[in-house]
Design a protein around this ligand. Structure first.
Ligand code: ATP
Length: 445
């Protein structure tokens, strides 16, 4: 993990928030390449959820919601983690995440003392704030700890106005906040993060089938985008692990450097949420099924993923070091992020062989030609060409396009270098957009 953190910092992908002030724990900033990486994760999720389907629609709910929402959802009473203090070194920990020694006793991960903890206390993870000028309980609201509740409280309105019939889903991507006791493992556990959640409303009795369907869909999404299947697993929750609302949950887990960790939870929430909101709001949230002439509260299947954790899994999975021919002769270690082309932050880099005036106009022309077609094209003319290839490899750019003297003086063609094989091909400029588009399409099949 340290290698990934260091690479992310060095290349401005992800780094500590407010670093010049010493940083803030559990908060990270995404630089230009990190933004591009996250955009790609979001875009691929949206493509799968909305673009390729007719039965899921998007919303964007507000982060601040009516405080009753969190009473109905159970978060005010129950969204807690067990907090303990180490009496020896005064550090705070989540009781359920303490490591254990050979005799099974929890010990402090900071000072190593076993059995020196205070009684555990339930600590609510929701951040609290106030709306308007008075800071009393009537003005108190919460920063949402999940995006899911937006879909439940907007369910009836969206169902009606989008004229969707059950089964159908509502999804959104947005920020969530949790006052995690021990944020750690880089962007795996942070206090402010982004979720991609979808609530799929279906007829009671069909829920288990839909649950299996969404588990398959979501697993395939990760592997299709390049995650190594051996590093991905589906783990069903044990009965004592299930949330209060859940009829059954599986986690999609990734083998991170620190061990298996949840990327996404896929839960069968039954009728819990709509029933609760109907009761707390006094509004009828049942569905009239015209075809069957019956009325019911739909069951809900929820695939809930994290943008940041997914980005981290893509980074970890893509990372490789290998021996490659050195720019100085002999071999050297090449660091390469083998991102799927749809996930790679930079899609194509345009590299004039040298900074000579004779090459610049044509190289700029090639750059302008590509920009409308690929979301992130990088133009880099400074330094030795071999080093520039290495810089692009290190951030996972799938294709480098080199403009050389032959391009200008002779053939109006460029060299396209493949990141993974390092093979180079000569492509006429007039065919370049088509050629690269075909390569991206081929990577999707
Ligand atoms: P964990 O058990 O790891 O705390 P969770 O089961 O509470 O996670 P969910 O409530 O199911 O997580 O949230 C759905 C997804 O949101 C998670 O799978 C994860 O990808 C993301 N997520 C949740 N909490 C965090 C966090 N503190 N930092 C980053 N991502 C998070």
């Amino acid at each position: 993990m340290d290698t990934i953190v260091e690479l992310c910092k060095r290349r401005g992908i992800i780094f500590q928030s407010s670093e010049i002030y010493g940083g803030l724990r559990g908060a990270w900033d995404y630089g230009p390449l990190g933004v591009a990486l996250k955009d790609n994760v979001r875009a691929q999720w949206k493509k799968d959820m909305f673009q390729l389907r007719d039965d899921v629609v998007p919303i964007e709910a507000s982060i601040l919601m009516h405080p009753r929402v969190w009473e109905a959802s159970g978060h005010v009473a129950g969204f807690t983690d067990p907090l303990v203090d180490c009496r020896n070194c005064n550090t705070r920990h989540r009781e359920d995440q303490l490591p254990t020694n050979k005799s099974g006793e929890p010990y402090c991960p900071n000072c190593g003392q076993a059995g020196q903890f205070t009684e555990s206390r339930a600590f609510n993870l929701m951040f609290r704030t106030f709306v308007g000028p008075t800071e009393d309980s009537s003005a108190q609201v919460w920063l949402r700890p999940e995006t899911a509740q937006g879909m439940f409280v907007d369910y009836a309105h969206v169902q009606l106005t989008s004229r969707k019939k059950v089964p159908f889903g509502i999804g959104q991507i947005g920020r969530s906040f949790r006052n995690e006791i021990t944020p750690r493992n880089f962007i795996f556990r942070v206090r402010e993060f982004e979720q991609m959640e979808m609530e799929f409303f279906c007829k009671p009795g069909t829920d288990e089938e839909w649950h299996r369907y969404w588990i398959r869909q979501r697993y395939d999404w990760y592997t299709r985008l390049g995650i190594t299947p051996e590093n991905l697993r589906i783990r069903p929750h044990a009965t004592d692990e299930l949330s209060h609302y859940s009829k059954g949950t599986v986690d999609v887990e990734y083998r991170f450097p620190m061990g298996w960790g949840e990327l996404e939870g896929i839960a069968n929430r039954g009728t819990f949420d709509l029933t609760q909101h109907a009761e707390f709001s006094g509004k009828d949230l049942s569905y009239y099924d015209q075809a069957a002439d019956e009325r019911y509260i739909p069951n809900v299947i929820e695939p809930a993923a994290g943008v940041d954790r997914t980005a981290l899994a893509f980074l970890v999975d893509a990372y490789a070091e290998e021996e490659a021919p050195s720019v100085k002769g002999g071999t050297e270690t090449r660091t390469v992020l083998r991102f799927h082309p749809d996930i790679a932050p930079v899609k194509v880099a345009v590299l004039p062989l040298s900074k000579k005036d004779t090459l610049t106009p044509t190289a700029k022309k090639v750059n302008d030609l590509l920009k409308p077609h690929f979301v992130n094209v990088d133009y880099d003319e400074a330094g030795q060409i071999g080093r520039r290839y290495r810089r692009q490899d290190e951030v996972g750019t799938p294709f480098c396009v080199t403009v050389d003297f032959e391009t200008v003086e002779d053939d109006d063609a460029v060299t396209v270098r493949d990141r993974d094989t390092m093979a180079q091909e000569r492509i006429p400029i007039e065919n370049l957009v088509r050629y690269l588009t075909d390569r991206f399409t081929a990577a999707r099949s």
